[in-house]
Design a protein around this ligand. Structure first.
Ligand code: BYC
Length: 327
């Protein structure tokens, strides 16, 4: 799989104008941002559309597990904060769809790819949110993992994606802190509340480690994406950084990371951790996650229910354009 993907990209590059390709490679090597009107190899454009649109879909589908708890938040303050967070995620999805559109795809094409199951979105959003503690665990672990992945993307080689990431990262760090604060309140609460926090950590820990993607030796896109500086660090490097940052946070909460093999490794200056269940990861990627069908049903319904709003907005824009032209 790895070789085939690389081979395909090499063949696509071989068909590009060698002079333009050399100039492009030199700009990437010099850490220049590539902008929408600049020449770029077709395979670079396609890789970016794939990654940015998947990222946008993840934000939009990612609104569902937390949206599920807005009406059941335990206080007005928690409800207001959660509403704002879910709204931020909608905003992130929109910036990212706009960034992908600058590469020549359309919102309709991307949405169709999501609804038909052709486009991927993060595996993490195919798991259910069973208790309020899951909202804490998502903020702490899922947004925490997202930040680890997205901080290097602020220096990704495509300008519109890098700039979207700057704002998104600022908002994600607020999200991570609100999740940690929920966990801290529960972990310092009654025995039952602490049990809920531990149960949420038990269920979200391993899926969070899977968010970073397959291990480097089985990641078909990594090598080329690193060369193009779309990805600035590999899946395993970022996963390791997440574990190293998060384990002491779990200790501070008085919670136990559900991994019997977790152990500080002095020589590497990081934690060794247990084997990730990659069979589960690939099953979820194939669309077999616990609530995958429910997620797509909710997205398709929202898209269909919103058709009249899109039509009205387009009709209004057309009318305005006509009026302006007449004036
Ligand atoms: N889930 O060659 P690889 C958020 C796919 S949302 C599903 O390593 P790549 C938030 C991968 O696409 C933040 N699929 O790929 C929102 C590829 O398949 P294709 C989401 C995955 O692209 C609401 C295949 O496996 N963040 O923050 O080099 C509430 C082989 O992988 C996953 C982003 O999207 C996965 N976890 O690296 C709370 C970050 N992992 O496409 C929070 C942007 C891998 O070849 N994306 N696959 O058919 C990236 O950084 C990279 O795309 C990845 C994967 C590191 C995820």
């Amino acid at each position: 799989m790895y070789t085939t993907e690389l081979e395909k990209q090499r063949m696509a590059s071989a068909q590009e104008d060698p002079e333009k390709l050399a100039e492009f490679d030199a700009r990437v090597a010099a850490d220049d941002f590539i902008e929408p009107k600049d020449w770029m190899p077709e395979a670079y454009r396609k890789t970016l559309i794939r990654q940015i649109s998947q990222h946008a879909h993840s934000e939009i589908v990612g609104m569902l597990p937390e949206g599920n708890w807005i009406t059941r938040a335990p206080s007005l303050r928690r409800k207001a904060v959660l509403l704002a967070k879910v709204q931020d995620e909608g905003g992130h999805g929109l910036y990212l769809y706009c960034a992908a559109e600058t590469l020549g795809t359309s919102r309709d094409e991307m949405v169709e790819a999501l609804h038909s199951g052709r486009a991927k979105y993060s595996t993490i959003f195919n798991y259910p949110t069973l208790t309020w503690a899951d909202i804490g665990a998502i903020g702490w672990l899922v947004d925490g993992a997202a930040i680890m992945n997205q901080v290097p993307l602020q220096r990704t080689s495509y300008g519109p994606y890098a700039r979207a990431m700057v704002r998104i990262c600022k908002e994600e760090s607020f999200h991570q802190r609100q999740g940690f604060e929920i966990m801290m309140t529960l972990a310092n609460g009654t025995a039952e509340q602490k049990r809920m926090a531990q149960d949420a950590l038990n269920r979200w820990w391993w899926p969070s480690l899977m968010m970073f993607g397959p291990p480097d030796d089985n990641s078909p896109n990594s090598a080329q994406s690193m060369r193009w500086r779309i990805k600035r660090e590999t899946n395993d490097e970022i996963r390791q950084r997440f574990v190293d940052a998060t384990v002491p946070q779990a200790e501070a909460l008085g919670l136990t990371v559900p991994d019997a093999d977790l152990k500080w490794n002095e020589a590497k200056g990081g934690y060794d951790f247990g084997a990730i269940d990659w069979e589960e990861f690939y099953a979820v990627v194939r669309g077999e996650g616990p609530v995958a069908k429910e997620r797509m049903k909710a997205r398709t319904k929202a898209w269909e229910d919103g058709a009249w709003v899109r039509e009205a907005a387009l009709a209004h824009a057309a009318k305005r354009a006509q009026r302006m032209a007449a004036e």
